[in-house]
Design a protein around this ligand. Structure first.
Ligand SMILES: C[S@@+](CC[C@H](N)C(=O)[O-])C[C@H]1O[C@@H](n2cnc3c(N)ncnc32)[C@H](O)[C@@H]1O
Length: 240
């Protein structure tokens, strides 16, 4: 019996037959999905505040460990309900944070939760900031929903001047980068499992060099899709 993470439990109906989910199946997250994702995250944040870090939060904190202290300009791409703003502030209260997400429903929730933070509706493919304007770009479990992920990585390389953290990456060493479909919080959702070498190659193309990896949640797709996988957080630095 495979060990099921809580992330897997929020998901069902894994399939490599993406087309069978229908042409309009992968719309941006609607109100209902946004609320369900939000409800799933609140207890995780509360636990983190009490010092009990779930594996993926622990891996995010490890990824943040070697970043410079002091005031840092941080852009989060695919910020969802903005929870990482809170986790990042636990690590460094002096962050200047901007969250960007393509889903108006998610941005609405983020603004409700964190009215003192800035959130914008926008795409990872066209980030609304200048070249090299961010000390840190963070992507938390968002890149794996982006069909044009090389473009998103190129954007992260463009706007970051120091580091990029890709958190919650599903990675395989045994297959090419593969799209699959599933139901996430009840809504049809597209996801990717990244081939490690392909991801490294796109990062290098974007001027980003891998400097740390941290294991995250147990997320092995082998029992569902026949593709062995792991979840990791990557810390990348701008190549000089
Ligand atoms: C699984 S949620 C992650 C939310 C949050 N970062 C976290 O770690 O909990 C993925 C988010 O990525 C967003 N997203 C998907 N594609 C996007 C794109 N092209 N540009 C910006 N956001 C995107 C979705 O709307 C969703 O809010």
């Amino acid at each position: 019996m495979p060990k099921l993470s809580s992330r897997v439990l929020a998901s069902s109906g894994y399939s490599l037959d993406v087309e069978s989910f229908g042409a309009n199946a992968f719309n941006v997250w609607e109100d209902r999905t946004a609320k369900r994702q939000d409800a799933a995250w609140q207890p995780i944040i509360q636990q983190a505040k009490q010092g009990r870090l779930r594996e993926d939060v622990a891996s995010l904190f490890q990824a943040l460990d070697n970043l410079p202290e002091g005031e840092l300009r941080v852009l989060e791409s695919g910020c969802g309900g903005g929870y990482n703003a809170e986790l990042l502030a636990m690590w460094n209260p002096r962050i200047d944070y901007l969250g960007v997400d393509i889903s108006p429903a998610m941005v609405g929730l983020a603004r409700q939760h964190y009215p003192h933070r800035e959130f914008r509706i926008g795409s990872a493919y066209d980030l609304p900031v200048e070249d090299g304007s961010q000390d840190l770009v963070i992507d938390g479990v968002a890149l794996l929903h982006m069909t044009d992920w090389p473009l998103a990585i190129a954007e992260y390389g463009r706007v970051s001047k120091q580091k990029v953290i890709l958190h919650g990456l599903t990675i395989t060493d045994d297959a090419p980068t593969t799209r699959f479909a599933k139901y996430a919080y009840g809504q049809p959702s597209l996801e990717l499992v990244f081939n490690r070498q392909q991801l490294l190659m796109e990062a290098a193309r974007a001027g980003l060099e891998l400097i740390e990896t941290h294991p995250g949640l147990d997320y092995d797709l082998a029992p569902y899709l026949g593709i062995p996988s792991v979840s990791e957080a990557w810390v990348l630095a701008k190549s000089s």
